[in-house]
Write a protein that binds this ligand. Structure first.
Ligand code: AMP
Ligand code: GLY
Length: 441
C-alpha cells in the first residue's frame, strides 16, 4: 500500500509513526524537512503544503493509492478534491466537507438547521458596523472569532483576552481591517466550563471514537496568556477524563455523529478524522469548534496509544472495509510541547536543537518532531511554530507525567519554552474542582 501524507508537523509525524508499524510505503509532502518524517518515508517532497498541482504530480509519479492530509490549509485549498480527481483514495475531507472547520458560520448554521444539540448563541457579521452594534447589546458574554482559519490563534474571549467592550470593538476592527481569517466575524455566546476533545474516525456514515483528550490552548502556565495552537495535552487510561463522565462523553459522541450525518444530507459526505472541541458546562457539552482533521497536539496522545493497524483505518475512511475493531491501549498519556521562546506572540526561531532519542525512549516517552528543519549537515533548527511534542505514557496520569518530564531533559536548545504544569496532579485537580463547583456538587 502506497500512501501519501501531507504536512510536516508533529501531528503528521505521529500519524507516520503509527503507519510505520504497518505494511505500507510512505511518501511525504511537507514544507520543512521534518527529521522524524524523513526517517520513515520512502520519498519526501519539500513544497508548499497547499501547492495542489505539485502534490498531484508527485502522487502520479509515485503511483500513490491513498492519501492522508494533516493540516487544515491544504484541505481548504482543495487538495483532496484534486487527488480524488486523479483516482487517489483520500482519508481526509473534500473542500466542501472541510467547511465544518474552514467556516465557523457554516458549522453553526449546520448545527442549528439540523437541530443538533450543543450549539451556542451566535451572530455572523458581514461588516464591522454590524458586529460592533451587536456586541454593544449582546444578550450574553461572548467570544469574537474570525470566521475563517487562523491557526488556532484568532479567538478572543470576553473576561479573558478582552476586558471591555472597547477591547472587543478594537479586535473586530482589527479582523476586518487586516482581513484576518477571511475578514469576517462571528460573535459567539461564551461557554463556561472545562474543555475536552472528542475525535472520531469516519467513513461518512459510521464513526469510530478515539480516547478523550484535554488540550491546553493558553500559552503560559496557569492558563494565562494568548491562545495558541495548543501547548500540550493528556489522556487517561480509561479513555475518559477525570472530570468527564460516560454520559457526557456519549452526548459529545452523539453530537459528532449527528454532524457527520448532517454533512451527508447536505450532499458533502465527510470522510476522515473529525475533531470535536467541547466545553463541558453545567448543562452538558457545548460545541466550541469542529475541525476537519486530527487535533495537534491531541493526535500525539491517541496515535501513541493506537494498537490497531492504522493503515486499515485509512483504507476504511477512504471507502474500504475494515476487518478488525480499532483499539487503543489502556494507558494514560501526557504530551508537553517544546515551543520556541515567544511562541504565541513572536517566536524566536532559527536556534539549534539537539535530541537524544535513546534517552527519551528509556524514560518511557516518545518525541514527535514538529516545526523543525533538518539541514544538509544533519543539524536540527527550530522554526516559528511548535518544535517537538514529547509524549510520556504510563499506567496512570502521574506515571505518564513523570515520564514526560524525565524525557524533556534529553532535548537541549537555548530558546525554548515548555508549559510544565500540563498533566500535573495540581492542574488536573483544579479542572475537577471547577467542574464540581459548576455542577453544584
Ligand atoms: P478555537 O480556536 O475556536 O478552539 O478557540 C480557542 C479557544 O478559545 C478555545 O479552546 C476556548 O478556550 C476559547 N473559546 C472559543 N470559543 C469559545 C466560546 N464560545 N466560549 C468560551 N470559550 C471559547
Ligand atoms: N489542538 C487544537 C487544534 O488542533 O485545533
Amino acid at each position: 500500500m502506497k500512501i501519501l501524507t501531507i504536512g510536516g508537523g508533529a501531528r503528521e509525524h505521529a500519524a507516520i509513526e503509527a503507519l510505520a508499524r504497518c505494511d505500507v510505503e510512505i511518501y511525504a509532502v511537507m514544507k520543512n524537512t521534518n527529521p522524524g518524517i524523513k526517517a520513515r518515508a520512502k520519498k519526501i517532497l519539500n513544497c508548499g503544503e497547499s501547492d495542489v498541482d505539485t502534490i498531484c504530480d508527485f502522487a502520479i509519479e509515485n503511483q500513490i493509492e491513498y492519501a492522508f492530509v494533516g493540516p487544515e490549509a491544504p484541505l481548504s485549498a482543495g487538495v483532496v478534491d484534486a487527488l480524488e480527481n486523479i483516482g487517489i483514495k483520500c482519508a481526509s475531507p473534500t473542500q466542501a466537507a472541510a467547511r465544518i472547520e474552514t467556516s465557523k458560520t457554516f458549522m453553526r448554521n449546520l448545527v442549528q438547521n439540523h437541530n443538533i444539540e450543543g450549539n451556542l448563541g451566535f451572530k455572523s457579521c458581514e461588516t464591522a458596523d454590524e458586529a460592533i452594534e451587536y456586541v454593544k447589546n449582546a444578550p450574553y458574554d461572548f467570544a469574537v472569532k474570525p470566521v475563517g482559519l487562523t491557526g488556532g490563534k484568532g479567538v478572543k474571549v470576553m473576561g479573558d483576552q478582552l476586558k471591555t467592550i472597547d477591547d472587543a470593538i478594537d479586535y473586530i476592527n482589527e479582523i476586518f481591517d487586516g482581513n484576518v481569517g477571511g475578514g469576517k466575524v462571528i460573535i459567539e455566546e461564551k461557554a463556561v466550563g472545562e474543555e475536552f476533545t472528542q475525535m472520531v474516525f469516519t467513513n461518512g456514515s459510521e464513526i469510530i471514537p478515539m480516547p478523550l483528550v484535554q488540550d491546553h490552548k493558553r500559552a503560559y502556565e496557569g492558563d494565562e496568556g494568548p491562545n495558541t495552537g495548543g501547548m500540550g495535552s493528556y489522556s487517561d487510561a480509561d479513555h475518559l477524563l477525570p472530570f468527564v463522565t460516560e454520559e457526557d462523553r456519549a452526548k459529545a459522541l452523539s453530537i459528532v455523529e449527528s454532524i457527520v450525518k448532517a454533512l451527508a444530507e447536505e450532499g458533502c459526505p465527510y470522510r476522515g478524522t473529525m475533531y470535536g472541541q467541547f466545553m463541558l458546562t453545567k448543562d452538558g457539552p457545548k460545541i466550541i469548534e469542529i475541525n476537519a482533521r486530527f487535533g495537534d497536539p491531541e493526535a500525539m496522545n491517541v496515535l501513541t496509544l493506537i494498537t490497531s493497524d492504522f493503515s486499515e483505518v485509512i483504507k476504511w475512511m477512504s471507502g474500504g472495509k475494515i476487518k478488525n475493531d480499532v483499539t487503543f491501549a489502556n494507558k494514560a498519556t501526557v504530551c508537553k510541547y517544546i515551543v520556541p521562546t515567544g511562541y504565541g506572540v513572536r517566536s524566536e526561531s532559527g536556534h539549534t536543537i539537539t535530541v537524544d532519542i535513546d534517552g527519551i525512549k528509556n524514560a518511557g516517552a516518545i518525541a514527535y518532531y514538529g516545526s523543525i528543519d533538518e539541514k544538509e549537515d544533519g543539524t536540527l533548527v527550530t522554526g516559528t511554530s511548535r518544535s517537538i511534542g514529547v509524549v510520556g505514557a504510563g499506567d496512570t496520569l502521574e506515571d505518564a507525567e513523570r515520564n514526560c518530564e524525565a524525557a524533556l531533559g534529553y532535548i537541549k536548545c537555548d530558546a525554548i519554552y515548555i508549559r510544565h504544569d500540563i498533566g500535573t496532579a495540581a492542574l488536573i485537580q483544579k479542572r475537577v474542582d471547577h467542574m464540581k463547583q459548576l455542577r453544584g456538587q
